[in-house]
Design a protein around this ligand. Structure first.
Ligand code: ATP
Ligand code: MG
Length: 395
């Protein structure tokens, strides 16, 4: 019996004239992953990508590939399915055999059929009734429940073949990676920024990351943690370039010369300026952060306005309206949470003020910044940059 993976389009279905470019990105992404796993045929037809293993004994390979497909943005539904010839004998035989160990004992069942091949001699309800009946004959422990089934068996009569499956799941959703352009993710070692990155990648943004460190106030382990987070995000993006800039000198100068209440805000404005420079150098049209309104003193509305004022491109904050609980749930679901909670310090927690300004006045910040040799500090930090490239399938 031949088992394949069916991946059904999400929002791309709604794209008009642009649909083909979204489809080709989607196909490229599936093929990239397939290539790393084994020998697969990947094709698309009727708003579905068909992924078929070409080698014998491919059971394990198909499971690995299915896990990969789970991470591909652009699919609303995914499932493994048995493929067979388009005649009722073959469909019934395949359905009974394939679903044997896929339906739990005593389960309530519903069968549904869809024909995109309208020439098929039976109607959809007739196909569903016949296949459902045959499964029940073979499995007297099962019952029928059309309203509240435990398991829905689906029979799809498509262009070349028929497909039978019983476990369609939600896909990763979103739109294909890279279809929306490129952004620069400010990646700290915390919980929020990897989630922010994931959310924007899901909306089609390709991302570079920028991490600020403050050695020796931040450690080698803190940097490694950020690199691990970037690697974890490559499960979705395939690749991530991580730019690293040192803020050590800037932070020491702020500590020595400025009013403590403004430390964090002045630092964050440096970050925004450096991020704007890094974005320009790497063709990123937007900066992405993990900020959430009111979460900490530097994320009040006036504080965010003061930091955004020096950004040269738009700043996206996808977590802005999320509670910490929601961000944590997403972090767990995408697999970054356990790394994020490792206890290494971030440069934002170095020299933190006891009473940070939550309603800063921009004139006062500017007056504090005037106490620094601003351009020299900015340029020195900029010159400290280096880049590490993380690839999904690297050892
Ligand atoms: P996170 O959990 O993502 O660290 P946070 O709630 O701790 O966020 P802050 O430390 O105030 O908040 O940082 C807010 C945002 O600023 C982060 O989400 C991230 O986008 C950016 N940021 C903070 N520190 C760094 C850093 N060291 N390098 C790069 N970006 C940073
Ligand atoms: Mg942080």
């Amino acid at each position: 019996m031949k088992e394949i993976i069916l991946c059904k389009y999400g929002e791309i279905i709604l794209k008009g004239a642009n649909k083909a470019s979204f489809e080709s990105l989607l196909l490229r992404e599936v093929k990239r992953r397939a290539k790393a796993i084994g020998n697969f045929s990947v094709r698309y037809m009727q708003s579905t990508v068909f992924v078929e293993p070409l080698d014998k004994n491919s059971e394990e390979m198909i499971d690995d590939m299915y896990d990969q497909i789970r991470h591909v943005f652009g699919f609303a539904g995914i499932c493994k399915a048995a493929a067979c010839e388009k005649n009722m004998d073959s469909i019934i035989k395949t359905a009974v055999e394939y679903l044997q160990d896929k339906i739990p004992r005593g389960a309530a069942l519903r069968a549904e059929a869809r024909r995109s091949d309208k020439k098929f001699p039976l109607s959809s309800p007739e196909i569903a009734a016949e296949v459902g009946g045959a499964i029940l004959d073979a499995r007297p422990d099962l019952k029928v429940d059309l309203k509240h089934p435990d398991v829905t068996v689906r029979i799809e009569i498509r262009d070349r073949e028929a497909y039978i499956h019983a476990g369609q799941e939600k896909g990763a959703g979103g739109i294909p990676a890279g279809s929306a352009g490129k952004g620069l993710l400010l990646l700290s070692g915390g919980i929020d920024s990897p989630v922010a990155g994931y959310m924007m990648m899901r909306r089609g943004l390709a991302l570079d990351a920028l991490h600020f460190e403050s050695f020796p106030y931040t450690s080698e382990l803190a940097r490694e943690k950020v690199m691990t987070l970037a690697s974890e995000l490559t499960e979705f993006s395939g690749k991530m370039r991580v730019h690293v800039i040192s803020l050590t000198k800037i932070q020491e100068e702020i500590r020595d010369r400025c009013n403590e209440e403004y430390f964090t805000l002045i630092l964050r404005r440096f970050m925004m300026r450096l991020a704007s420079m890094c974005a320009a150098e790497n063709y990123c049209s937007v900066i992405v952060t993990g900020e959430s309104l009111g979460q900490v003193a530097s994320q009040t509305l006036p504080a965010m306005c003061a930091t955004e004022a020096v950004a040269e491109i738009p700043v996206f904050r996808p977590c802005i309206g999320m509670d910490k609980d929601d961000i944590v749930s997403t972090a767990r679901a995408i697999g970054t949470f356990e790394t994020s909670i490792l206890p290494y310090e971030d440069c934002c927690t170095v020299f933190t003020p006891k009473h940070p300004k939550t309603r800063p006045e921009i004139e006062k910040i500017i007056a504090e910044e005037a106490k620094l040799d601003y351009d020299t500090l900015l340029n020195e930090a900029w010159e400290s940059r280096y880049c590490v490239i993380k690839n999904q399938f690297e050892a």
